[in-house]
Design a binder for this molecule. Structure first.
Ligand code: NDP
Ligand code: DGY
Length: 320
């Protein structure tokens, strides 16, 4: 019996590649650069499975280019906003993702980003390096306290809850909002379910943990930012397009809010001359939420398992 053929669109941890190679014939874009769209459309033809990253747009055009053999799309990410799920369902193509294994690592990074933003760490580090560090002075480089503050979590899902759990160690009051209350998760955290407007009016930090979808695209717009306290800070580790970046730039420049910490932007990478990067009160990281060695390896292996199950027409270990 012939082995299934699959396309892997990026250099991935070796253990995962070997697992895929043991079960499939692999065409591999063996590079840290993204596969060009034209090449992707050519190479996907007649494949049984696709192992992709969040940088590839998986849409009807691509599925049509693949042809009728394609049985599974396996993305090495928990987020699947880059995959047209309806188009996959219409063609009976299974979709796999990597929930759970990256939850704690991403929550760690969200907390690190919050603290870096609140306590102005990038500015302070720059000051040490560029000679701006003078004698100790009472009001220099002062930021905001996390301990004892009110933190609003938008989306108390896996990562939102893991982030909130960390905040209990800082004696924070936790507010959250979402499609519905999650009392089972919220109770041990003493997190209160509130309307979005209440969360924005009361929070010292607003952390985004909802997925990107039609309801959340540009959820953070000028109106949203106006409802936040002028001393409040926005932390985004979900997806860039959840935030209207032009509105955020204006809000940070005009003092509508105090600061923002972003692990995700639109586009990615953010061009080095982007206006947001001129602002001292905007901390930007290059989408490293899940970037620990152990977690990226687990994600790669789960994506391999989803792919292999899909081409073998078995239920995926983690189906979307
Ligand atoms: P979950 O599905 O566990 O959590 C998402 C939560 O958001 C759910 O509780 C969901 O509620 C809620 N939600 C959905 N729509 C809305 C809305 N309109 N307003 C408020 N809340 C909403 O996902 P994860 O926690 O595992 O991941 C969340 C996202 O984080 C991913 O989709 C991804 O985009 C991003 N991510 C980023 C990483 C990074 O590197 N920066 C790393 C990992 C993930 P309900 O279930 O009721 O719909
Ligand atoms: C995801 O998994 O969705 C992240 O953005 C990358 O880990």
């Amino acid at each position: 019996m012939s082995r299934p053929t699959v396309l892997v669109t990026r250099r991935i941890p070796q253990a995962a590649l070997e697992r895929v190679q043991a079960a499939c014939e692999v065409q591999h874009w063996d590079s840290d650069d993204a596969i060009p769209r034209k090449t992707l459309l050519e190479w996907i033809k007649d494949k049984d499975g696709l192992y992709c990253l969040l940088t590839e747009r998986i849409d009807a055009e691509l599925l049509d280019a693949a042809g009728p053999r394609l049985r599974v799309v396996s993305t090495m990410s928990v987020g699947y906003d880059h995959v047209d799920i309806a188009a996959c369902q219409a063609r009976h193509i299974a979709v796999g993702n990597t929930p759970g294994v990256l939850t704690e690592t991403t929550a760690d990074l969200a907390l690190a980003l919050l603290l870096a933003t609140a306590r102005r760490l990038p500015e302070a580090i720059d000051a040490v390096k560029n000679g701006a560090w003078g004698p100790w002075k009472p009001e220099w480089m002062t930021g905001r306290d996390l301990f004892g503050s009110t933190v609003g979590v938008i989306g108390l899902g896996r990562i939102g809850a893991a982030f909130a759990r960390r905040l209990t160690g800082f004696d924070c009051r936790i507010l959250y909002t979402g499609n519905q209350p999650r009392s089972d998760v919220a109770a041990p955290l003493k997190a209160e379910f509130v309307e979005l407007d209440t969360l924005l009016a009361q929070s010292d930090f607003v952390a985004l943990h909802c997925p990107l979808n039609d309801a959340t695209r540009h959820l953070v717009n000028a109106d949203f930012l106006r409802k936040m306290k002028p001393t409040a800070m926005l932390i985004n580790t979900t997806r860039g397009p959840v935030v209207d970046q032009d509105a955020l730039y204006q809000a940070l420049k005009n003092g509508t809010i105090a600061a923002a910490g972003l692990d995700v932007t639109s586009p990615e990478p953010l061009p080095p001359d982007h206006p947001l990067l001129t602002l001292p009160n905007c901390v930007v990281l290059p989408h490293i939420g899940s970037a620990s060695i152990a977690t990226r390896t687990k994600m790669a292996l789960i994506a391999a398992d989803n792919l292999i199950a899909g081409v073998q027409e078995q239920p995926l270990p983690n189906a979307v």
